[in-house]
Write a protein that binds this ligand. Structure first.
Ligand code: XUL
Ligand code: CO
Length: 441
């Protein structure tokens, strides 16, 4: 990767961020993330494939329902939308290459403002993706995934693919086609669908069956089009239970895996799991990852953190090493993320108003992931954890238990064995397992 600064330097005084180790007092250095360090058979860079999210970092002003934005982003100063988009991209590539992050992710209208018609928006997208192509070539930074913003514009207030009005569904189709074209042009490795308004506010005015059928039809059409254009990557669904809808159809990992299987989309679609969305669904992140892994659908993650005392999607930068260690226990045992990476779908706090705060946030997040990975790797390779877990199920490894697993017993056989057996109390040893994890913190 090559440091890539545009006509103007937006983060002067900040150079390339390097690994300096945990004893370093330099806040602009990595204490744990050492890109080339091998953990098992992959480097840290290969394990994570970190990505910067365009929306939070280069477009998010910090506004909330109680007050306006607080961040002043110098790259958004130009009045002309096309010039503003290029300035924003200069700032993005400067930031990304200073951090040494290999990927980025965007929504279509993060790149350039939406215009008055689909055709005019497409033109703007074509121009800015020409520029992005140059920037990618100069820097070596790649696109982890693209997506379409099908939730901000008022036309989507009743949904996009699930809107009860066909004209809106068709408009959304046009938008997704352009977003797919942009992603393919830039060599995007995946394409994401997050259905913020694909759900309902009230069941009283909603035909849920029809809407979910429409969603599946829409996703299949997008898949067929992209494949016809040579796209070989994964399509990813990003589950979230609610917000902005009261109920979102891609509620959680289990719901999405069931949906993809029911509508025969499972060959092309996998999951992009977000930490804070898991929390909102009342699951741990580890749970969501395990569900996806068990379905062979664990592809990518959106890195952030919720607030455990409230119920909002706060999208804070990840700092919870323990949560990430639990996550990597699952990810490592699943053989890694299939084709995806770790996208920082996270924003600095409303009162973190200095541009340098973006650096602290990403450095901290990358270090937290590195520590979590190291912990999980140690637990899996140095401790008795894998053997202990396996031993809990040893009664299914041979004999009648094995026959049960193989489907060789009927209920009458099972009952006959039950009559002969005298089950004893076997401890689940939860605290013992928990101690193993803490031993490697
Ligand atoms: C919203 C969210 C989105 C998706 C992309 O909660 O996570 O930013 O990641 O549309
Ligand atoms: Co997300």
């Amino acid at each position: 990767m090559k440091l890539t600064i545009g006509a103007k330097e937006y983060f002067p005084g900040i150079g390339e961020i390097k690994y300096e180790g945990r004893e370093s007092q330099n806040p602009l250095s990595f204490k744990w993330y050492d890109a080339d360090r091998k953990v098992g058979d992959k480097t840290m860079a290969e394990h994570f494939r970190f990505a910067v999210s365009y929306w939070h970092s280069f477009g998010g002003l910090g506004g909330d329902p109680f007050g306006p934005g607080t961040r002043i982003l110098p790259w958004l100063a130009a009045a002309d939308p096309e010039k503003r988009a290029r300035d924003k991209m200069d700032a993005a590539f400067e930031f990304i290459t200073k951090l040494g992050i290999p990927f980025y992710c965007f929504h279509d209208y993060d790149l350039v403002d939406e215009a008055d018609s689909l055709a005019a928006s497409e033109k703007r997208l074509q121009a800015i993706t020409d520029y992005a192509l140059e920037k990618q070539k100069d820097s070596g930074v790649k696109l982890l995934w693209g997506t379409a913003n099908l939730f901000s514009h008022p036309r989507y207030m009743n949904g996009a693919a699930t809107n009860p009005d066909f004209t809106v569904v068709a408009y959304a189709g046009g938008q997704v086609k352009h977003a797919l074209d942009a992603t393919i042009k830039l060599g995007g490795e995946n394409y994401v669908f997050w259905g913020g308004r694909e759900g309902y506010m009230s069941l009283l005015n909603t035909n849920m069956k029809k809407e979910v059928d429409h969603l599946a039809r829409f996703l299949g059409m997008a898949r067929d089009y992209a494949r016809s254009q040579g796209f070989r990557g994964h399509f990813l669904i990003e589950p979230k239970p609610a917000e902005p809808s009261k109920h979102q159809y891609d509620f959680d990992a289990a719901t999405v895996c069931g949906f993809l299987n029911e509508y025969e989309l499972a060959n092309d679609f996998k999951l992009n799991l977000e930490v804070n969305h898991a929390t909102l669904a009342q699951h741990t992140f580890q749970h969501e990852l395990q569900v996806a892994a068990d379905h062979g659908m664990l592809a990518s993650i959106d890195a952030n953190r919720g607030d455990y005392q409230n119920g909002w999607d706060t999208d804070q930068f990840p700092t919870n090493v323990y949560e990430l260690a639990e996550a990597f226990l699952v990810i490592l045992q699943a053989g890694g993320l299939q084709g995806g990476g770790v996208n920082f779908d996270a924003k600095v706090r409303r009162n973190s108003t200095d541009l340098i705060d973006m650096f602290y946030a990403h450095i901290g997040g990358m270090d937290a992931f590195a520590r979590g990975l190291l912990m999980a790797h140690d637990v899996l390779t140095k401790s008795e954890y894998p053997d202990l877990l396996k031993a809990r199920y040893a009664s299914f490894d041979s004999g009648e238990g094995k026959k049960f697993e193989d489907g060789a017993l009927g209920l009458e056989d099972l009952a006959a064995i039950g009559h002969k057996s005298s089950p004893k109390m076997t401890s689940g040893r939860q605290e013992y397992f928990e101690n193993l994890l803490n031993q490697y913190l």
